[in-house]
Design a protein around this ligand. Structure first.
Ligand SMILES: C[S@@+](CC[C@H](N)C(=O)[O-])C[C@H]1O[C@@H](n2cnc3c(N)ncnc32)[C@H](O)[C@@H]1O
Length: 401
């Protein structure tokens, strides 16, 4: 009896027994997730319609949601600064009559903002079927189903003439991670601007910049590079922790202090994106005396002229932070520079600190550094870290980032 009832949940509530709920849950556990969890979700919903307190159904439903719907969706949707910036930028950039492609529908917020801005029609794609399915409901709840088509697929699989009647005038996206590149934004937008948009189409965001700065944070080191526990020496294990991925809560608890200004590493034009890899050597200036523990990487993303979002030190909001940890703290003073090499392959960022300038033999600077060490109550070891390290001859091992 159950086989034919998966797609007709409305008839189930009155008919099913607790035993049927057990069977539905059993089928849910046996169903492939190749469809992105759609059928499993439906079976679990039916089981819970039948028995709302079914323990296994509740546990499995939660597990499915955790697996298919990244948890950052919720703080992201609650990030008012982000939402406001997108709302203002979309209102400024979408013109009445535009065909809009919104890449990455999520709950449908950016698509609905584009519809509200007067788009002729919004096509929004979402690679996660469960999310796409619920987004359709959100869009219907807001009376916008006629204006917005949800395509349950990757943007790369959209076919003009089949999924969209014509290419887009505007391409909207919010598919960046803490260092812009990790969610494949460059590959996605390179394809979309070439294959799914009209020549000269507008992109929102239009530009992004990756930047770095030297930071101090004892808490960061304590959390990410514990040296000892219960009297045991754990320093060898530190080699496995070179990059700290901070949630907004971690970030708030880490109390990162800037020892210098941000320096731009890479700039990306999202209206004409490219997959060309990049490599840059940059000197990060230090304007304050203190112990440097990490290089924090952040982004500035220009959505429309004068409207940006960022995850720099001052920003609030849902984006996490990425900090490249120094192998050992470096004492720096105004005038010092940390030379690093940053590289990207359009999807990943790597970063290595090569050198600290000026060199230790500069007596004046050494004095300032020494006073910095004493004033921070640090023990002798950081002095060793003052020796300038060149990238070659094996010395770079002290600066693995
Ligand atoms: C960060 S959310 C943004 C959602 C919504 N646009 C907003 O700003 O509120 C990005 C969503 O895009 C989806 N996504 C990322 N790249 C995609 C692509 N190339 N094609 C389709 N969906 C994509 C992800 O699954 C995720 O749900």
């Amino acid at each position: 009896m159950l086989q034919n009832q998966v797609t007709t949940p409305s008839v189930l509530a009155g008919d099913l027994t607790a035993q049927d709920a057990d069977r539905l849950v059993q089928r849910a556990t046996e169903t492939s997730l190749n469809d992105g969890g759609l059928q499993t979700s439906e079976l679990l919903k039916q089981a819970l319609d039948c028995d709302p307190t079914h323990h296994d159904a509740q546990v499995l439903q939660e597990r499915l949601h955790q697996m298919c719907v990244p948890r950052w969706h919720f703080p992201m949707l609650a990030d008012q600064a982000r939402n406001r910036a997108y709302a203002r930028a979309i209102a400024a950039k979408v013109r009445p009559g535009d065909v809009v492609l919104d890449i990455g529908c999520g709950a449908g917020l950016t698509a609905m903002l584009a519809a509200r801005a007067g788009a002729k029609h919004v096509y929004t794609c979402e690679q996660q079927p469960l999310i796409a399915d619920v987004a359709r409901r959100v869009i219907a709840d807001n009376g916008l189903s006629e204006k917005i088509t949800v395509l349950s697929k990757w943007s790369h699989d959209i076919v003009i003439g089949t999924d969209m009647p014509e290419p887009a005038d505007v391409v909207i996206s919010e598919i960046v991670d803490t260092v812009l590149l990790g969610e494949g934004a460059l590959a996605t937008l390179t394809h979309a601007m070439a294959a799914l948009a009209k020549p000269g189409a507008r992109a929102l965001p239009e530009r992004g910049v990756l930047q770095a700065q030297v930071v101090h944070s004892d808490a960061l080191v304590q959390q990410w590079r514990p040296a000892a526990a219960e009297g045991f020496d754990l320093r060898a294990f530190q080699a496995l922790s070179q990059m700290a991925q901070l949630t907004p809560n971690d970030f708030a608890a880490s109390d990162l202090r800037a020892l210098g200004p941000v320096t731009d590493l890479f700039s990306f034009d999202f209206t004409q994106p490219s997959l060309k890899p990049g490599r840059v050597t940059a000197d990060l200036a230090c304007h304050h005396t203190g112990q440097a523990h990490a290089v924090m990487v952040s982004f500035q993303m220009v959505l429309a002229p004068g409207i940006s979002v960022s995850n720099d030190l001052e920003a609030t909001g849902h984006w996490g932070r990425t900090a490249f940890l120094l192998d050992q703290p470096l004492c720096v003073a105004p005038g010092a520079r940390l030379r690093l090499t940053a590289q990207h392959d359009a999807a990943h960022l790597s970063l290595r600190v090569n050198d600290l300038y000026p060199a230790m033999q500069d007596a004046q600077t050494a004095k300032i550094w020494q006073s910095a060490i004493w004033s921070e109550g640090a023990a002798a070891p950081p002095l060793a870290a003052l020796a300038p390290v060149s990238a070659g001859a094996g010395q770079g091992a002290a600066y693995p980032h």
